[in-house]
Design a protein around this ligand. Structure first.
Ligand code: SF4
Length: 236
């Protein structure tokens, strides 16, 4: 069987497989997941309500795509990190599942979904007049057509410049409070004036960090609090 070492990640969508973080080993036939977006490595798909930020409480069908090299130490979806263990699902199959759920909004998340070509998924689902939301660190080139872009930047791999002005919300996770609030302020200077600004206490430190974040928001009122409400009510 023919194997290719495909080099990721910084310019993967430009088909410029540069050495950036590591190499991954994929079967030749699986190169299509990076190159044409007709299939995506699917971790999970489920109909629930959005738990975080602006659309908290909104019914939405979540599509969780595998693969991430950002490496947040507090990541709550480390299962998503691997690139080659998730089932490749055809975008038509994903769309059929969305339609069966009767959802009118989908949220594409990960992992880091912008590692992949997302235009085929968007165009397939958009045929059915369904709202397309994405949650991304912004580390890679965003493809596809989106109704809502949640930018959740990560210090270790900052967003690409072009995503700041098209982000609808900026959601900064607060783990090391002083350091992360400083980072949040820096990131807030880069987004558009219409972008909603959220600070979200990291879950494992929520008991300590949430009161500190609340205090900060009371003094810096451009920010709003985002809580992971789905975790409080124990749903996906
Ligand atoms: S970007 Fe998201 S999926 Fe990737 S490591 Fe960070 S929290 Fe986890």
């Amino acid at each position: 069987m023919f194997y290719a070492y495909i080099l990721v990640f910084s310019k993967i969508l430009n088909k410029n497989y540069t050495f950036a973080a590591k190499t991954i080993k994929l079967e030749q036939k699986d190169k299509e997941i990076f190159e044409n977006g007709q299939k995506l490595p699917l971790i999970d798909e489920f109909y629930t309500v959005q738990g975080e930020a602006f659309h908290t409480g909104l019914a939405a069908y979540f599509i969780r795509i595998g693969g991430c090299d950002i490496g947040c130490r507090w990541c709550d979806t480390k299962i998503s990190w691997s690139f080659d263990t998730h089932r490749l699902a055809d975008v038509k199959e994903i769309t059929e599942n969305v339609l069966k759920s009767k959802a009118d909004t989908i949220v594409v998340t990960g992992g880091e979904p912008t590692l992949y070509q997302l235009a085929p998924l968007c165009s397939e689902i958009k045929k059915h007049n369904i709202q397309m939301h994405i949650e991304t660190s912004g580390a890679y080139q965003l493809t596809g057509e989106w109704d809502w872009i949640c930018l959740s930047p990560k210090k270790q791999t900052p967003p690409r410049d072009e995503i700041y002005q098209i982000a609808n919300e900026l959601k900064v996770i607060i783990y090391n409070v002083a350091e992360d609030l400083k980072w949040a302020e820096e990131e807030a200077t880069k987004v558009s004036r219409n972008c909603y600004l959220y600070l979200q206490p990291e879950w494992s430190r929520r008991k300590i960090n949430t009161p500190l974040v609340v205090d900060y928001i009371k003094k810096h009122t451009k920010w709003k609090l985002s809580l992971q409400t789905h975790k409080y009510i124990n749903i996906k």
